[in-house]
Design a protein around this ligand. Structure first.
Ligand SMILES: *Cc1c(COP(=O)(O)O)cnc(C)c1O
Length: 384
């Protein structure tokens, strides 16, 4: 049956591309520099201006940003990196790329953010860094994380792929860790198709990440062209993780609308919060008063006993009504790769494992209409 507007499928996420974005990419196509051009530094400057970060390094995706962060803080073979069990696999994979061992920490039951006390218990002589994931868009407890890192001489990476536009105790996301990483995948707040960014207050780390995204070379193509030089040294093993000027042009028009996108996401989240408050068997994740939640994902935790229906059945129920529910995430330590390579197993992060059975992500993106919000709410109410 052809779907009408009233029952069209609502995805969990969708990008917002406007006429300004399209015009900017067309203009960028006519520029002599399609990559390694001046548009990259312009996007980086806009990113610093928006987040308050001192240095921003644009890379080809959020996973490359995490990889660059691992290199910048010197993660290597023999090191352990503590990562929350509930996150996208890339948060842990980046440590593996550099030969390190991810150690999975459990999460807080009410927010699904890294449980800092549990992370503390997993610190050993080999621990080099903690990856804090601002899950769903809510900043972690950075006061506690910094105290822990200071006490043990650890570096802190913020995987802020969900949290651009958020803040913690008045400090913007992007300035809360030694290195913060962002993604511009279409599901995220702003998009460049594929894309990522690292921010840091440390100029040397920024230099390291700039070199790392360009094969480990000591200069890039444009710097050589401007000097009329052709020689370069390769000082370490890097990758081609560059973001093109086309993508940076899109990023520049997208980031102009970030505040507007975040405000609309917060409005939708507030409507869901209000609708689900007191609803038996459905609990929204807890939010902390001392931060601005960037609202990337709207996650509910179901109580299957109270609802008389389990999560997988609830997922099907919503899909049948055209609601694109999703699950973020299966615990990373239970993936077969991690079981085989690192011997991880059930029982290692019990809070994460239990929560992962019962969570559902509901549609949340700036273009969601009020009628669509009402459809999502009605469908969730009908679960019970
Ligand atoms: C999206 C995401 C990434 C990876 O970003 P890509 O741009 O898809 O490589 C990493 N961590 C988290 C938490 C993410 O949501």
């Amino acid at each position: 049956m052809p779907s009408t507007k009233a029952d069209a499928f609502i995805p969990y996420a969708r990008q917002e591309i406007g006429d300004d974005d399209i015009a900017a990419v067309i203009a960028a196509l006519k520029d002599p520099w399609l990559t390694t051009g001046p548009g990259v530094a312009s996007f980086e400057a806009d990113f610093c201006a928006t987040t308050g970060a001192s240095h921003a390094v644009a890379v080809s995706n959020g996973t490359a940003a995490l990889h660059a962060a691992m290199r910048a803080i010197g993660v290597g073979p023999g090191d352990e990196v503590i990562v929350p069990a509930i996150t996208f696999a890339a948060s842990a994979n980046a440590a593996v790329y550099e030969g390190a061992t991810p150690i999975f920490a459990d999460v807080e039951a009410d927010t699904l953010l890294i449980d800092v006390n549990d992370a503390a218990r997993r610190i050993t002589m080999r621990t080099k860094a903690i990856v804090a994931v601002d899950y769903a868009g809510q900043p972690c407890d950075y006061t506690a994380l910094h105290a822990l890192c200071r006490a043990h001489g650890l570096k802190l990476i913020a995987d802020a792929c969900h949290a651009i536009g958020g803040s913690y105790k008045g400090r913007p996301v992007g300035t809360l860790a030694d290195v913060s990483t962002f993604s511009f995948h279409p599901a995220k707040h702003i998009t460049t198709g594929e894309g990522g960014m690292c921010t840091t207050a440390d100029a040397r780390m920024a230099d390291t990440m700039r070199r790392f995204r360009n094969h480990g070379l000591d200069s890039d193509h444009r710097a050589r062209a401007e000097k009329g030089a052709f020689t370069y040294d390769m000082v370490e093993l890097g990758y081609n993780y560059r973001l093109t000027d086309l993508q940076c042009a899109l990023g520049r028009t997208q980031i102009k609308r970030l505040a507007q996108f975040v405000a609309r996401r917060q409005e939708i989240a507030a409507a869901y919060d209000q609708a689900f408050a007191g609803l038996n068997g459905v609990r929204a994740l807890a939010t902390r008063a001392d931060c601005t939640h960037a609202r990337h994902l709207y996650v509910i935790e179901l109580d299957p006993e109270a609802l008389g229906i389990n999560r997988n059945a609830a997922y099907q129920f919503l899909r049948e009504r055209g609601i694109g529910a999703n699950v973020h995430y299966a615990p990373v330590h239970l993936f077969s790769f991690y079981r085989k390579r690192f011997g991880t197993r059930e029982g290692m992060c019990p809070v994460a494992e239990r929560a992962a059975e019962n969570i559902l992500t509901l549609p949340l993106f700036p273009g969601l209409t009020d009628a669509e919000i009402a459809r999502v709410i009605a469908a969730v109410r009908a679960l019970g």
